[in-house]
Design a protein around this ligand. Structure first.
Ligand code: NAD
Length: 491
């Protein structure tokens, strides 16, 4: 890989001048740069090129050629699965570089990023295991008896994969793995604050023997993403990011009648029932409600607490949050790192100012720490009323809100009162009771006493949280074009 000035990704500078196009690192025609700033220190330690329209064009043409003429879509799914398994091993071999680059790009603590390679490899192996789903004979008789249909799952073609900055590795790989298994070719664009860690993934793909042109990478900004979404050679768009940008992409894809998957924002609720086991809850609280310094789409940042145990719950959450170490994201003990970038930092501070104006109680935190790092003290806002801005908008920072409720029906009503529908958790000592309430939460995924994404189960948002799903066999089917071949029944 070019441009890695040092192999120590924890300390070195990294200013690559190329995109990955048609199997090779290719000098950027675009001369603009995006800076990569370590949010823990304020140091600008890297940069990446902003693709010119000609760079996007070259990447799209390479992907198109690889799809129309190359071996990848013509290989059997089980042959592609073998390549994905090698790809997984190559990613694991780069675990340290991936973790360090990710942590320096967006401040995610190493306690989080140390698992990024294993998680990415697990996703690739899971989808490799689905090759049989694409290969099996899927023959369906006409209900009338008139004949039968052979159902094929063809690849779609060239897929544009556009990712946000909060999990720059996982949120690309969860698109890449099913797209590749199904036989598509791709052009990836990471978010502008985090353009570097994904280069290790692309390099791993090359080392694994993914043919030239199948995986391409361009770096840039929103304009680059827009050019990809509208590019005439693209057959499918897969996007994770904000609801606002997702709407724009959906509008463009609607006009073009282009398939699109959108994984967008959330404002999920944790409903604590009156029999909640607070010790068990405290043990999973940060992972469930404030993971990655609150910068995780599905976490349940609105805590709904029964009035009968309200002050006890506020006190327990405050104790957990105030006691969790915040600081150097390279320290394995760190739980809360900095906010990932300046724009997000300003946005979180604006939300905290609104909470102050609107009369929320600051149980702990609420203020920025002295710079140069972008640290905001992890914050618990109690006595939050449904109309407050912090109760309605995604904050995407180290902040949770606590709202009281009287009846379970009221709690479910509050949980379902936002335009989003991504995650949610119900906490109770009685799992069956919690399961019954989880069934009433209007979202794509709900946990009972914990939350985690399961590679084998569909994950996606309802309403303003998105369209389509990732993970599971259903996630794979977002990258296929169904084709039914009808014929007379065989005797
Ligand atoms: P963002 O929408 O600002 O940017 C996401 C990506 O889209 C970036 O690569 C950006 O360059 C690109 N982009 C910007 N404008 C574009 C345009 N007009 N056309 C095409 N591409 C464009 O989001 P972000 O700030 O990077 O990420 C945070 C958001 O992502 C949060 O709202 C969070 O909830 C959401 N998110 C959702 C999920 C999920 O699975 N549902 C997961 C993680 C993050």
């Amino acid at each position: 890989m070019t441009g890695a000035a040092e192999t120590d990704y924890r300390r070195g500078a990294w200013h690559p001048e190329d995109h990955f196009i048609d199997g090779a690192w290719t000098p950027s025609i675009g001369t603009g740069r995006i800076d990569v700033v370590d949010p823990a220190t304020g140091e600008t330690w890297g940069s990446a090129p902003v693709a010119a329209p000609e760079d996007v064009e070259a990447a799209m043409r390479a992907a198109r050629r690889a799809f129309d003429e190359g071996p990848w879509p013509r290989m059997a799914p089980s042959e592609r699965a073998e390549v994905l398994r090698r790809f997984a091993a190559e990613i694991e071999a780069r675990a340290d570089a991936l973790s360090a680059t990710n942590t320096r790009e967006n401040g995610s603590p190493v306690a989080e990023t140390a698992g990024a390679a294993a998680n990415a490899a697990g996703i690739l192996r899971y989808f490799a295991g689905l090759a049989g789903h694409l290969e099996r004979e899927d023959v369906r008789p006409f209900p009338s008896g008139a004949g039968e249909s052979v159902v094929r799952r063809d690849p779609l073609g060239v897929c544009a994969l556009i990712a946000p900055w909060n999990f720059p590795i996982n949120l690309v790989v969860i698109k890449l793995a099913p797209a590749l298994l199904a036989g598509n070719t791709v052009v990836i664009k990471p978010a502008s604050p985090t353009p570097l860690s994904i280069r290790h993934i692309v390099e791993a793909a090359r080392a694994a023997g993914v043919p030239a042109g199948v995986v391409n990478l361009v770096t840039g900004n929103g304009r680059t993403g827009d050019a990809m979404v509208r590019h005439p050679l693209v057959d499918k768009v897969a996007f994770t990011g904000s609801t606002e940008v997702g709407r724009r992409i959906a509008a463009a894809c609607g006009e073009l009648l282009r398939p699109v998957t959108l994984e967008l924002g959330g404002k999920s609720a944790a409903i604590l029932l009156d029999d909640v086991d607070l010790d068990a809850f405290a043990g999973v609280f940060v992972r469930s409600c404030m993971r990655n310094s609150g910068q995780t789409c599905y976490i349940s940042t609105r805590i709904l607490a029964p009035r009968s145990r309200y002050e006890e719950i506020v006190a327990r959450i405050t104790e957990v949050v105030a006691g969790a170490p915040q600081g150097d994201p390279f320290d394995p003990a760190t739980v809360f790192g900095p906010v990932a970038n300046r724009a997000q930092y300003e946005s979180v501070l604006a939300h905290l100012a609104s909470a102050r104006e609107e009369g929320a109680r600051f149980a702990t935190g609420g203020d920025p720490l002295p710079g140069p790092g972008l640290f905001i003290a992890p914050t618990v806002l109690a006595d939050v009323a449904p109309g407050m801005r912090v109760a309605r908008e995604e904050i995407f920072g180290p902040v949770v809100t606590i709202q009281p409720y009287r009846t379970v029906d009221e709690a479910v009503g509050i949980a379902n009162s936002t335009p989003f529908g991504l995650g949610g958790i119900v906490f109770s000592a009685d799992e069956e009771r919690a399961f019954g309430i989880a069934e009433r939460v209007d979202s794509g995924s709900v946990g009972v006493n914990f939350f985690a994404s399961n590679h084998a189960a569909p994950f996606g948002g309802r309403h303003d949280s998105g369209l389509g799903v990732e993970y599971g066999v259903e996630g794979l089917e977002q990258y296929v074009s169904f084709k039914s071949i009808h014929r007379a029944a065989r005797r």
